[in-house]
Design a protein around this ligand. Structure first.
Ligand code: NAD
Length: 415
């Protein structure tokens, strides 16, 4: 697989060249400020002792504390965490929130652990790194395979180790533990606000617009709900195991798929309760093929490097919304741009999550509680402003939206 950090540096260098970024400054962004590594020991329920490799990468804090999620996945690597931490530096700057960029990860398949083992591992992560995090130093959050329960364990462990109750040390907590209303849907909401703005500008009608969603997790599932309610036709979805398409192009009901996913852990069990069913409700296809299925909007909400040189020629979407981080390989992007595909880049499209994380941090610091409506009302103008600034830069520098978003971010970091 392509090295995600090298890919991220290709994107940085492209923007740096167009805007004439000073060499020293470019160099300072080409490496994280600090890389922390640990081996986390835990005792499994059967008494066996095992160790898991873990990372925390602190990329840049010029604009505020390092900020970024913690990923639990068997494919986590240092290069991946470095790339994700760099994208966080860009992302927090694109939306203008006072944070820098960081990221963490553990090489583990969390589905193979029991709940108690997962708790020990989550607490172990904080034991390893608690001296390097804090509300004004580095503020972790959830990412792939981590959730509010894990953030609660981590926050509790931090309190135990430091003797100080500081909920602002971690965001994405449960509401009871100081989390923000609206955080759960924030990434999808942010992407949705931008997409609606674009769809309006392009005079596209939701009822005639076919959407495909890769990844039906927190972000993809919530996005599906918003799109379904706005009247879009969701004609295909996938998860880590499989994919389904709607052969009749009528569009899926997101709530039905959600129920199926909740009950069976995969999206392709039909309402008739059969896997690989070919009945009227859906058609089963190989998940990799879903990206090539005809649609107007392709939403990428799974992992990085999904559109590559191998499949780029077969992509038929006119708009790609990157809710996942790094889903389009830089080697594949020129082909899409040549075809006139509009790519709304990850650092902008999925920045709603970190923006509401900032809201959570603010509420914790000020001991406030905002309503869900307050959160959404504050989120929307931030996302639209960032999108408009990006479009302005794209025009000014005659470049694509990703490079334009990078330029917006870099200009802000320099200031
Ligand atoms: P999640 O674990 O809830 O969901 C991920 C989904 O992707 C799951 O349904 C999984 O089955 C599916 N998936 C994994 N590999 C796949 C594949 N090869 N093909 C199709 N589906 C696949 O994670 P999430 O929080 O929804 O995050 C999804 C993406 O969005 C990640 O790239 C993450 O970094 C990014 N992101 C998330 C947030 C957030 O707030 N959660 C914020 C910014 C970016």
């Amino acid at each position: 697989m392509t090295d995600p950090f090298k890919n991220a540096m290709l994107q940085l260098n492209k923007a740096a060249k167009i805007m004439g970024l000073k060499k020293d400054f470019l160099k300072s962004l080409s490496q994280p400020k600090r890389i922390l590594k640990a081996e986390i020991p835990i005792t499994l329920d059967n008494g066996k002792k095992v160790k898991f490799k873990a990372f925390r990468v602190q990329h840049n804090n010029r604009r505020g504390p390092y900020k970024g999620g913690i990923r639990f996945h068997q494919q986590v690597s240092l290069e991946e965490v470095k790339a994700l931490s760099f994208w966080m530096t860009i992302k927090t700057s694109v939306v203008g929130i006072p944070f820098g960029g960081g990221k963490g990860g553990i090489i583990v398949d969390p589905h193979k652990l029991s709940k108690t083992e997962l708790e020990r591992l989550s607490r172990g992560y904080i034991k390893a790194f608690y001296k390097y995090i804090g509300p004004k130093v580095d503020v972790p959050a959830p990412d792939v395979n981590t959730n509010s329960q894990i953030m609660d364990w981590m926050t509790d462990e931090y309190t135990k180790l430091t003797g100080k109750k500081q909920p602002a040390v971690i965001t994405g907590k449960s509401i009871a533990a100081g989390g923000s209303l609206g955080r759960n849907t924030a990434t999808a909401d942010g992407g949705f606000f931008i997409l609606m703005n674009l769809v309006k500008k392009l005079k596209m009608k939701p009822k005639n617009t076919r959407v495909i969603i890769q990844g039906f997790g927190n972000v993809g599932g919530n996005m599906a709900d918003s799109l379904y309610h706005a009247g879009f036709k969701i004609v295909g979805v996938s998860d880590a195991t499989t994919a389904i398409i709607d052969p009749k192009n009528k569009g899926f009901d997101s709530h039905v798929i959600e129920k199926i996913k909740e009950k069976h852990g995969r999206v392709d069990i039909c309402t008739c309760e059969k896997i690989y069913c070919q009945c009227k409700n859906h058609k089963h296809i190989i998940k990799e093929k879903l990206l090539e299925y005809p649609c107007d909007i392709l939403i990428l909400a799974a992992l990085e490097n999904q559109i590559t040189k191998t499949n780029v020629k077969k992509i038929k979407a006119k708009i790609i919304l990157e809710l996942a981080n790094g889903p389009t390989a830089p080697q594949a992007e020129p082909e899409l741009l040549k075809k006139g595909v509009i790519i709304i880049p990850d650092v902008l499209a999925n920045a709603g999550g970190v923006t509401v994380s900032y809201f959570e941090w603010l509420q914790n610091m000020k001991n406030q509680k905002w309503s869900q409506n307050q959160v959404k009302t504050k989120l929307k103008p931030i996302m639209i402003k960032a999108f408009e600034q990006t479009q302005k830069n794209a025009k000014r520098y005659k470049t694509d939206l990703r490079t334009a978003a990078f330029i917006s971010a870099l200009e802000r970091i320099i200031k």
